[in-house]
Design a protein around this ligand. Sequence first.
Ligand SMILES: Cc1cc2nc3c(=O)[nH]c(=O)nc-3n(C[C@H](O)[C@H](O)[C@H](O)COP(=O)(O)OP(=O)(O)OC[C@H]3O[C@@H](n4cnc5c(N)ncnc54)[C@H](O)[C@@H]3O)c2cc1C
Length: 384
Amino acid sequence: MTPTTSYYPHKTTSDLRASLVLFQLLSFPFFVRIALFAWRLIDFFRIPLSPFIRLTGYYQFCAGKDVTSCAEITSRMADFKVKSVLDYANEHSENETDFDQNTSAILQTIRAAAKSNVYPFAVLKPTAIGSFLLFEKKSNGISFNDAEVIAWKQIKSRLESCASLAAKSGIVLMVDAEESWIQLGVDALVLPVLKRFNTERVVVAITLQFYLKGTFDTYKQLIDDASQYSLGVKLVRGAYIEKENKRAKSLGISSPVCDTKAQTDNQYRQALALGLENLPKHLCIIATHNEPDIQWVTQSCKQNNILLNHKNLWFSQLYGMRDYISFSLASLGANVFKYVPFGPLRQSIPYLMRRAIENSSVKSQTTLERKMLKEEIARRKTNA
Ligand SMILES: Cc1cc2nc3c(=O)[nH]c(=O)nc-3n(C[C@H](O)[C@H](O)[C@H](O)COP(=O)(O)OP(=O)(O)OC[C@H]3O[C@@H](n4cnc5c(N)ncnc54)[C@H](O)[C@@H]3O)c2cc1C
């Protein structure tokens, strides 16, 4: 995609050079393996990380340690019409204290969104507010013991407090999708809340993963039912492919994930077509870094006279990844937001590790990022 102004208008040239070095390093799987090992050691021995923050990739993929410190970056992006959604990067939470802290961080992001049109949505990851094992038990229809009954009520109350604040604040709260084997439990929690709050407008939006077989049919059914409540969906391919396949193998069951990337791509494309056809009926958030898909959507909008800034159509990419796509879309007039992770450095490490693994395992990803960064640096040199 070609932006009208700059591929990375929110970054200085020295930021771009730092990104280039990082993506260069991420293109060496051996380096990434060593870095992951070093991170684990640093975390285990509680070695202070702050002096090395520039070496961790933190500034490439995270915007700050708290909501306030993210404002500099998010308002800079908003100057170029790219909005943000603050995503509290606290993965692997384990206890009630963590879940309560995460909930209060999510509530802060909703309050920030209520005050600023830089943040059109907020986001919540189910396992940030409740135990993975509890969602798994619920999915498998296993009865809870007394303590678990109380814990489940707590999860429900955390979700309700976020949804209620989002409702009062005029914000959409997106719920992320995680591993397939906890999804029934997540649905049991989220869908009743969604139906209760989504009467006049979308307050709670859900995520559909199209690497899972049969998700297109689920989407179609949701759209058919959309007359009963307001529907909002985020369309993703799915982030947990290795875990899904590994688990299926270890249990000797067939994987819920499509057998090939082409099948996932095909299902995702069908979903995009269905989403565009039914835009008047629901809020559709296209969350992908896949350039051919995004080009296909912009072309389809043109052919079918759908405005790229249709109020029900949004595009989204992760902060620090495919920034040039986000700014290009915004320069074409589309509604775009970046998923912007934030949180203290130590707590963000699992998120940074995921980004490192994702970038190093798909070589074309780092190659493309580096190509775009180099082009932008060269362009700025010529224009200087
Ligand atoms: C804003 C945003 C929000 C997101 N939220 C979520 C979320 O809530 N839950 C979630 O799970 N993910 C989420 N993701 C991540 C997303 O699911 C993808 O992992 C990521 O975006 C890469 O896919 P892609 O569509 O961008 O591009 P591509 O690079 O074209 O696709 C890569 C994806 O294709 C699929 N794939 C790869 N190889 C195969 C194979 N052999 N067989 C079958 N399928 C294959 C996998 O899903 C893989 O991630 C989000 C992404 C974004 C940008």
